[in-house]
Write a protein that binds this ligand. Sequence first.
Ligand code: 13P
Length: 257
Amino acid sequence: MARTPIIAGNWKMNKSPDEAVAFVSELAPKIAAYDAVDRVVAPTFVALTAVASALADSPIKVAAQDAHWESDGAYTSQVSVAMVAPFVEYVIIGHSECRAYLNESDENVNRKARAILAAGLKPIIAVGESLAQNEAGETVPFVRSQVEAALAGIAPEGLKRVVIAYEPIWAIGTGKSASGELADAIIKAAVRDTVGSLYGREIAETLRIQYGGSVKPGNMEEYMAQPNIDGALVGGASLEVEDFAALVDIASGVKGY
Ligand code: 13P
């Protein structure tokens, strides 16, 4: 079945509000016509409102890079799902940088996923193994356990709005990337088949799964040509207008149904 491809730029801790607005003002006209692809940018929290305003009349959607599951309260430094909801359609959770530097646990990823779905938004749930796990042959069981934990208690109805991003940690920002075939095999075994055993084959076939980790215009076609890969979660290349536009163009050419 045809799944709408989704290209999301995760800007991480880059671009001030002014820089972010200038960037999307330049990017938006270049990718506005690619309606067969969902196009998403994820600025920092301080740039969210400005970017959302700048893109108000554009088909490009905005994502938050995280959000807390409680609506408000004594959680210094946190921003809630309820607070970002007016400005975004997507929220990225479970990114390996949050898991590594901010102690993001599987349990909290699940709390966030449920809060995001309850607010009518779409979680982009990032999963992926470390180099050591990869070399020890633990990739598939580990990623499967992350997927199962993230989706605990989520009804089939909610799953329709879930996107899962498989990002091997050893491929993030390193210039090393998994081959398209290898990424596809892991995505199938650890993500799509896991969702199949939880929700049934038919629902699993509708799940959108991104690959992430050193995705560039030069390797994008290889990923998009894979049967189980429905787009990309992109760091470095999403910070450049020409590269971002090229990724969308390639996704549309290969998978723009
Ligand atoms: P890079 O594309 O810079 O490797 O980052 C990938 C990533 O972490 C996206 O979330």
